[in-house]
Design a protein around this ligand. Structure first.
Ligand code: SF4
Length: 427
């Protein structure tokens, strides 16, 4: 068959890293890879199951893609593909299911068989070939997968299995190849990336990995994904504070500001410890951008518990939130608990968190006016000529630049805040 193949990704940065690998395998199998959702002969959904809403989004996406591309082969993979046979039966639009825990050879085998050719294209392609083909300057490099924690609400350890890290040498080789292929920003992702290396007996593995990556590369910058609060080690803080090529940005899941709720969630920290960690981090790395996930309406969360969360957020140097209403996930510990927060109350609590998020984002963006930030350029608007990209501290920026191409790292003086992004001029 061969032909065109596209991947649509739902979920976290680890899924984006997996999607890049899928595209590269597809290119190796002889497919022409195209942007996610573009017309193609094979459409892959890399799905997520972290919330009930993510499940709904995956099902709706499968229905929409089937409607829009009736003749295409539809493949479902990612955490969502680890669902039960009954749940799979509810998505008859899917032709092939590929669970994330299946052997790593399953995906290339499926793609080769869909391409109608048992042999590969023979072309030597690096892991970042697909990103390069699609013109991406930012690549997601998965350094770790799985999780050994047992948060009461989380289905991810079940879907992805125990924590395991890619050997440091292999990560470094991949990063060097990505830089050589044109990547200017490499996002290090993992399901529990702060535990990188612990399965290999390395206690400060992530900081050691970042140091090795900085030594082995020369021009690209690195960004860390999500890090649990107790895994922000002094070695990591010192790397962030040197203001080198490690972006001053961390996403640190909070989930709740109430110790009672944190305990029931089986989160391994108190609200005070979370706050202290972030306050001292912000003092050592001035201007760092810190974000958090928060769950509203976990079973047993009282109005007072929720107010504690709101207070903690106000007193902690966070500049954005990802707020979600709690939804029970089949197979998790808390799914068996009486869910005593009614839906309307969850909606109200999430709305308050999202209002706080909007105010925090605005305040942080306004603090950037007058500064010069380095933007990883992702596109140029053909009509206005303006460029767009992401700053080192994870803000979207639109800027005027006479020269410069997609993929470049461009210093930009920030002139203003417009809606949810910064505006500026290349210097
Ligand atoms: S740390 Fe907790 S929330 Fe994060 S993936 Fe592991 S079990 Fe899920």
């Amino acid at each position: 068959m061969r032909g065109r193949l596209s991947v649509v990704t739902v979920g976290c940065k680890a899924n984006f890293a997996d999607s890049a690998a899928i595209l590269t395998h597809a290119a190796r199998a002889g497919f022409e890879v195209v942007e996610g959702g573009a017309p193609a002969d094979v459409l892959v959904i890399n799905g997520c199951t972290v919330t009930r809403r993510a499940d709904r989004d995956c099902r709706a996406l499968a229905r929409r893609l089937r409607r829009e591309h009736p003749g295409a082969v539809l493949v479902m993979t990612g955490c969502f593909a680890e669902t039960t046979p009954e749940a799979r039966a509810k998505v008859p639009e899917v032709n092939h299911w590929l669970g994330i825990r299946e052997p790593s050879s399953s995906l290339p085998r499926l793609l080769r068989s869909l391409a109608g050719d048992a042999a590969s294209s023979g072309e030597e392609l690096s892991d970042f070939a697909a990103d390069r083909l699609l013109g991406h300057s930012r690549v997601f490099l998965k350094v770790q997968d799985g999780c050994d924690a047992a948060c009461a609400y989380c289905v991810v350890p079940k879907a992805r299995g125990a924590g395991r890290s890619l050997p440091r040498r292999e990560v470094v080789e991949r990063a060097v190849r990505a830089e050589r292929d044109g990547a200017r920003e490499i996002v290090l992702t993992g399901i529990h990336a702060g535990r990188y290396g612990t399965d290999r007996g390395d206690r400060d593995g992530l900081a050691g990995l970042v140091e090795a990556l900085l030594r082995a590369t020369s021009g690209c910058r690195f960004r860390l994904g999500s890090i649990e609060p107790l895994e922000i080690t002094s070695a990591l803080v010192s790397l962030l504070s040197t203001r080198g090529r490690l972006c001053p940005h961390l996403h640190v899941p909070l989930q709740s500001g109430s110790d009672r709720v944190l305990l029931r969630m089986r989160r391994p920290y108190t609200a005070r410890r979370y706050r202290e960690r972030l306050v001292s981090l912000a003092a050592e790395v001035p201007g760092i951008r810190l974000g958090a996930d928060v769950i509203a309406g976990f079973p047993g969360e009282t109005p007072d518990d929720f107010e504690e969360t709101v207070r903690l957020i106000r007193d902690t140097p966070l500049s954005y939130l990802h707020a979600f209403p709690y939804s029970p996930r089949p197979g998790t510990e808390s799914a068996g608990w009486a869910d005593d927060v009614i839906a309307a109350e969850k909606t109200r609590r999430v709305a308050r968190l999202r209002a706080a998020d909007a105010a925090m984002r605005r305040e942080y963006l306004e603090m950037q006016v007058g500064r010069t930030l380095v933007v990883a350029a992702s596109a140029r608007d053909p009509k206005t000529g303006e460029m767009r990209g992401t700053t080192e501290n994870y803000a979207e920026a639109v800027f005027r630049a006479a020269i410069g191409a997609r993929g470049d790292l461009i210093p930009v003086r920030i002139d203003a805040v417009r809606d949810d992004h910064l505006e500026g001029t290349a210097v």
